[in-house]
Design a protein around this ligand. Sequence first.
Ligand code: AMP
Length: 438
Amino acid sequence: MSSKEKEPEGELQTAKGMRDILGEEWLAYQGFLEKAAELAIYYGFRPLETPILERASLFERGTGADTDIVSKEMYLTRTRGGDTLALRPEFTPSVMRAYLENGLQAEPQPVMLYSSGPLFRHDRPQRGRYRQFYQFNLDALGTAKAVTDALIIKLLLTTLGEAGLKNLRLEINSLGDKECRPIFRRELANYYRKHARELCEDCRERLKENPLRLLDCKNPKCQELKEAAPESVGYLCAACKSHFREVLEHLEMLEIPYEINHQLVRGLDYYTRTVFEIFDPTVTNEAGLPLALAGGGRYDYLARALGYKKEVPAVGGAIGLERMMLSPHYRRQPPRIIKKPKIFFIQLSFDAKLKAISVIEILRQARIPMAQSIAKDSLGTQLGLAEKLAVPHTIILGQKEALENTVIVRDMQNRSQEVVPLAKLADYLKVNIKHLTK
Ligand code: AMP
């Protein structure tokens, strides 16, 4: 973090770009992740949970030391033992590390893994951009086959579709491999060198470090040059050309419309061949520019970059949850643990409060979803809450009932009620009140 920048004052505020995700909103995250995991399992993926803290060198070598994510945006911390760890800014290097470290090369390939959780980038916060954000991430490691590129794209689109998203636009490109990419890179650098004076300051730097990244520039000054820049697909070697053609063929078979975006490079070092991004035209940043909801690509040389002795061809992609939730089409889904309450539990008097927790536990063991307001004393307030929740039944525990070990079960519609011994409550509810546990 730059020393000039000040965090918001006071311990009672989150740090800049960080936020609490509360109640219904967190349930929506959980609901989405549960559904996404379910779909991934249908497609043959297995879960992977990696640590939030990793060695900083994993991202320096994997993501690339001169990428913005690593050089400008990574949160670093020094351990007491003197190691430098990073709050993960992305999943891919961690997934590859986990694959290699756990010997997954020895298993039938590809190994398909899904992961999710928070990522951290110290970027300027704005609409759709946080310093802590969440991704759902898919990877298929151990194969170069084009079918896996298509499978990742298809599953990301399906997952977004199941969350209600519509009219998604898939942009795709191929960056080539170690045979043809250097030729394209050189041509691109030659082209831009000729126009160096017209470039923004950042791009002049990019030209020295990695000319591919010039195509990532969003500065209006550089757009015209970008439009006329050499295109990577024009330089693909025969193997890369046929790989790209196969990926597109798969997409066509799946009836997935795509646009080839020649400027799509996704500025990380490890991308080879396929790169893609998914947009919802209604999701834009503060400047009105489209924001990618999901993105990914192939990273066949990452394993080597991390020091492994062999290449491990792999492809992956991720959905940004916050961006997805910005879409007007996004539909919240509660996780399975959330059930609509069927009963409201009302307790009156101190004697009733003494028994109240046991009543909650009786219903919990009987798997009957219920709501209560255990700290409240007045009947009126509690009945009011019950009506607001539109529960069909209430259980009332007054002083008399507490002493007699009974409760009153009241039908909120016809207002009939019955006294039931506590010991028989669960059975009574199951027999007399239909659809209780659904
Ligand atoms: P990336 O890892 O940069 O390829 O991003 C993949 C997806 O993560 C993007 O398409 C976004 O949906 C999401 N994403 C990336 N950076 C942020 C951020 N700072 N805040 C919120 N979402 C982000």
